[in-house]
Design a protein around this ligand. Structure first.
Ligand SMILES: C[S@@+](CC[C@H](N)C(=O)[O-])C[C@H]1O[C@@H](n2cnc3c(N)ncnc32)[C@H](O)[C@@H]1O
Length: 215
């Protein structure tokens, strides 16, 4: 899990966010035990609190997530949705999302979540091209970010929010040369030049951009 602040300050930050409940704590622990090499992909507790708060501030009812893994961020988003809310959750891994499904039941959000196991770009393109999504979170393969963003913008309602994780690439956004670094630079440059949205890049964890649809 990337972090731009010292370990002590990190502990302090975590101690000053609304604490995780047993479901999220158990999910984080099981993810670390079952998938030690991949567990760093899971969002942190403070980022989960941020997502939930943003969803509530938007008054979101319909959300889309690109990149589920074992389901931590999906729980945070789903819990923030209003009554009758719906989260379309995109991933390609049956193995990782089978853990997610168990925890969604424990968190009592399983009925809100529509998991689509397919390349996210196909799932997004199949959604109606209508501005009806209130909130979207992008946290999957980095090379896909520019295309995910472009598919989501026309489908987000005015005032709705797209949140992108890992926009700093642990600093590699400044000089990195691999395809993921280049794709993140591309999407970051696209967003700041995009007159359909207003945006802010936050140095939270590995960098989080909020792009709010205008209109
Ligand atoms: C960083 S993890 C997501 C972490 C998750 N948001 C959480 O809170 O734990 C990235 C996820 O993207 C998924 N992924 C990678 N490429 C994908 C693609 N082309 N379409 C859909 N999902 C993809 C991976 O299977 C992985 O579960």
């Amino acid at each position: 899990m990337a972090n731009l602040i010292s370990p002590d300050l990190n502990e302090y930050v975590l101690a000053h966010c609304t604490p995780a409940d047993d479901v999220l704590r158990d999910l984080a622990a099981e993810t670390r035990d079952a998938f030690p090499d991949a567990a760093g992909m899971q969002i942190s507790h403070d980022e989960g609190d941020l997502l939930g708060m943003l969803v509530r501030l938007c008054g979101a009812q319909y959300a889309v997530e690109v990149g589920v893994f074992t389901g931590y961020s999906a729980i945070c988003i789903a819990r923030g949705l209003g009554k009758g809310g719906r989260l379309v959750a995109c991933d390609v891994s049956e193995e990782w999302t089978s853990v997610a499904r168990r925890y969604w039941v424990r968190a009592a959000v399983d009925e809100l979540i529509d998991l689509r196991l397919a390349p996210a770009i196909d799932t997004l393109r199949a959604l109606p091209r209508e501005p009806e999504i209130d909130f979207a979170f992008i946290d999957a393969d980095k090379t896909g970010y520019p295309a995910y963003y472009e598919e989501l913008v026309p489908r987000i309602r005015p005032g709705g929010l797209i949140v992108l994780d890992n926009v700093l690439r642990e600093g590699r956004v400044l000089f990195g040369t691999d395809r993921s670094d280049q794709a993140i630079r591309d999407v970051n440059d696209r967003i700041v030049a995009d007159d359909r949205v207003e945006s802010v890049m936050l140095p939270v964890r590995d960098g989080v951009t909020l792009a709010r649809k205008l209109g």
